[in-house]
Design a binder for this molecule. Structure first.
Ligand code: NAD
Length: 476
């Protein structure tokens, strides 16, 4: 069994003060793989002190220096691609496509931040005032287990570009992914303390980051419930917060869409990352006049999904991350049946031949009403709810009738009409007629899907604050 018994503080791998041991289990087999010694509050305090000392360096580092750091980080993370992929597949059962995509995005984050930094205007004149965009101070970063390396990379890249230092608390369920990326980041040879990585529990390390006065900002990705707790805690010291939270995203099939093309894409949107992605399109809104056709195609698309261990690159749906998450998904499938939705495909229990591990049956429900639990709550598993609508107005109303607002998908034959519908959906991102990857476009949610945006210029500015100086000598 693999043991992880160090954390990363002030440029060195050190034994944590914390002593709690957590055993990680391969979700595809249920077998124990790794023992992790978890950090505690004292470790968090040490990491914060190291980052605070390093802020004196990062905040004064020239643009060229920060660009050079980002370039080195990019190269080292890029070189670790195969290790990151292997860790994601083994640790949480990430599909091969997801793992490769995440590993590449992780490396690209640093290159993109470097590109942005090359000509970002940190100083501008506003009337008689000189406005300077300044970094907040030490940034606390708290990440979830799904695509953990991607979140660490995108947050750290922007913080460094802005001139901040960081304390990173990855999910305790991501210790192996974290170990791999920490080694890669360490090899980049940045000054000690610029980033510190402490794997521990949310209610210890995460809570310390939330309350500590020397943390100026928190960038959090995770569930809405935890995001709210962090926002409440952060207000006492008036920390800035960026929160990337959950979703219950709608996919609208307009009545002029090519269903044969659109539904398989909608199915992918529903199950990407085995249904464990914040952006999954889990409510499929179909016109009542074409409901039977949409249901049949959705069932077919779900039947075609290969379920199994994700070491097989053809597998589209891997296991749920933990037994607890498996139970949660089972509970929602039972709830859907109890509340009167029609089970069209899948259902409770494990798929045939996959009796070990935390595999669920990709499940499609028809006749779902938007007020049913399975249409309102984030399930975080491969469960699709098909909801019928009368006309475009009704579709828009149902799409927006949710506490979330992270993402949406619209499919239609008439692009101008599809765009008009997209414009009225309250969501941070809308994909029209496909799945896209635009790493420089802002990412984040409206309503209870979060606060703030990541990526590109909007993402960088989440790590900066404007400061106006008047009486400034503009001849200098
Ligand atoms: P989670 O909220 O349970 O945990 C996220 C992180 O918060 C972990 O590191 C955890 O240890 C920490 N944490 C837990 N309690 C804490 C506390 N009291 N104080 C501080 N930190 C605490 O989420 P998860 O199960 O790891 O991830 C799945 C969730 O993340 C889903 O809801 C998903 O939608 C969301 N997510 C959102 C995005 C996005 O960009 N919007 C991306 C991926 C995942």
């Amino acid at each position: 069994m693999h043991t992880i018994d160090t954390i990363y503080i002030d440029g060195a791998f050190v034994a944590p003060h914390g002593t709690e041991r957590l055993v990680l289990v391969d979700p595809a087999t249920g077998k124990e793989t790794t023992t992790v010694v978890l950090a505690d509050e004292v470790d968090a305090q040490r990491a914060i002190a190291a980052a605070k000392a390093a802020f004196a360096i990062t905040s004064q580092a020239s643009r060229a220096q920060r660009m050079a750091w980002l370039q080195r980080l990019h190269e080292e993370v890029q070189a670790a691609e195969s290790e990151i992929v292997a860790a994601m597949v083994q640790e949480y059962g990430g599909t091969m496509a997801m793992a490769v995509g995440t590993a590449r995005r992780s490396a690209a984050s640093f290159a993109l931040a470097r590109k942005l930094l090359a000509d970002y205007p940190f100083e501008r004149q506003v009337g008689g005032a000189r406005v300077t965009m300044v970094p907040h101070g030490v940034v606390g970063m708290i990440t979830p287990w799904n695509a953990n390396t991607g979140f660490i990379a995108s947050k750290l890249a922007m913080a460094i570009a802005a001139g901040s230092s960081a304390v990173i608390k990855p999910s305790e369920l991501s210790a192996v992914q974290t170990e791999v990326i920490t080694r890669a980041l360490h090899r980049a040879g940045l000054p000690p303390g610029v980033f510190n990585i402490v794997t521990g529990r949310g209610d210890t390390v995460g809570a310390e980051i939330t309350r500590h006065p020397d943390i100026a900002k928190i960038s959090f990705t995770g569930s809405t419930a935890v995001g709210k707790a962090i926002a409440r805690g952060a207000v006492d010291t008036m920390k800035r917060v960026t929160l990337e939270l959950g979703g219950k995203s709608p996919t609208i099939l307009l009545d002029d869409a090519d269903f044969a093309k659109a539904v398989p894409i909608a199915a992918m949107a529903a199950v990407m990352n085995s249904g464990q992605a914040c952006i999954n399109g889990t409510r499929l809104l179909v016109p009542a006049s074409r409901a039977a056709e949409a249901q049949e195609l959705a069932v077919q698309a779900f039947r075609n999904l290969k379920v199994g261990p994700t070491s097989d690159p053809d597998v589209a749906v891997g296991p749920m991350v933990t037994e607890k998450q498996w139970e949660r998904v089972q509970g929602y499938i039972r709830k859907g049946i109890e509340e009167g939705a029609t089970l069209l495909e899948g259902g409770p229990g494990r798929p045939a031949g996959l009796e070990q591990g935390w595999f669920v049956r990709p499940t499609v429900f028809g006749d779902v009403k938007n007020d049913m639990t399975i249409a309102r709550e984030e399930i975080f598993g491969p469960v699709l709810s098909i909801i019928t609508y009368r006309d475009d107005e009704d579709a828009i109303a149902i799409a927006n009738d949710t506490p979330y607002g992270l993402h949406a998908y619209v499919f239609g034959g008439d692009l101008a009409r599809a765009n008009r519908v997209a414009a009225r959906i309250v969501a941070g991102r809308v994909f029209v007629n496909g799945l896209y990857d635009e790493p420089e476009a802002p990412f984040g949610g409206f309503k209870q899907s979060g606060i703030g945006r990541e990526f590109g210029t909007f993402g960088l500015e989440e790590y900066l604050e404007p400061k106006a100086t008047m009486g400034y000598d503009t001849t200098l």
